[in-house]
Ligand binder design. Sequence first.
Ligand code: ATP
Length: 352
Amino acid sequence: MSSDTHLHIENISKKFNTVDALRDVDLRIERGSFVCLLGPSGCGKTTLLRIIAGFETATKGRLILDGQDISQQPPHKRGFGMVFQSLALFPHMSVARNIGYGLKLRGVKGAAQRDRIEELLEVIQLPHIADRPVSALSGGQRQRVAIARALAIQPPLFLLDEPLSALDAKLRDNMQIELRQLQQKFGVTTVLVTHDQHEAMMLADELVVLKDGAVRQSAAPSQVYNQPADSFVADFLGAANLIDVGAIKGGTVDLFGTAVSTPAPHMDGDLMLAAVRAEHLGLAPAAAAGTAAPIGAVSFMRDLGPATEFVVTIQGKDLRVRRSNADAQGLDVGSQVALTFDPAQVSLFKAA
Ligand code: ATP
């Protein structure tokens, strides 16, 4: 075990009757890191979090916390801080009593309890509403109270299951920043479940992408984004264009007339899929482009505010292109455009 592994999820599998909810998940979570479990509905992320929390037992594998096997420990012995989508606050209790709840259960009383509650109220910037019942708070305030309550007990691990999914988009954006700042302030090792790729990119030090119970990729968000391990990851994180490019020849494939080479050990004759992100495709006026340039037609255009989203139909294929609004000047549905891209920003995968 490396010295900074806090939790080793060691080859965990979970079967529910005939369903393989998790398959040989092996992850090392670094001390103080923020890990996001990301994947579509049913990929097993909640099951993995529940196994970490102790609410569910793995069919196979172990959980090693600080070198100790905790697989058989009940949840209360693990003492992890938890926040779920439902928050599970006591609505009629005051903010302060909610935050102090876990402390009380652990026998932290009197001045020690008061000091800790005050400290947390400061951190979540709600000292002025300590005595208000939770039922009288806004969604964002409730969220902060739930986080403070979970962190009050100084848990070894902080576990969150879709904690922000009930909030509206703007509040959710703000809470993501707050959550990340709080996690860094406390330095607590954190595992968060989400199906929202933007949220995961925003929060994670380490992004774990799951599909059908298996880890497809586990790496820093920028690495997962720029070097996706497979076409599923490429597509799930930021909607890549997936293009059949036929068989590989001499280590390269042809993408709209440009040779794209692959460093991976693929064999000549392997059928390949190219993935290229909407923001990595450029558009130039067709008239100014060379004769070899791939020419298509704009079939859809939408001003997103900070950028413009296009669909360009080229050689019978619809590609999504995202450009700055300046690049959209003079273009309209029906415009003929040349497609540009940097082959270094194209990922190649063996077609399934
Ligand atoms: P969602 O985002 O929809 O919550 P998820 O990625 O968290 O999905 P899980 O809830 O972990 O997925 O479920 C993984 C698989 O295990 C699914 O096929 C689910 O139906 C199944 N499953 C989960 N819990 C149980 C259970 N208690 N009994 C039987 N099957 C279960």
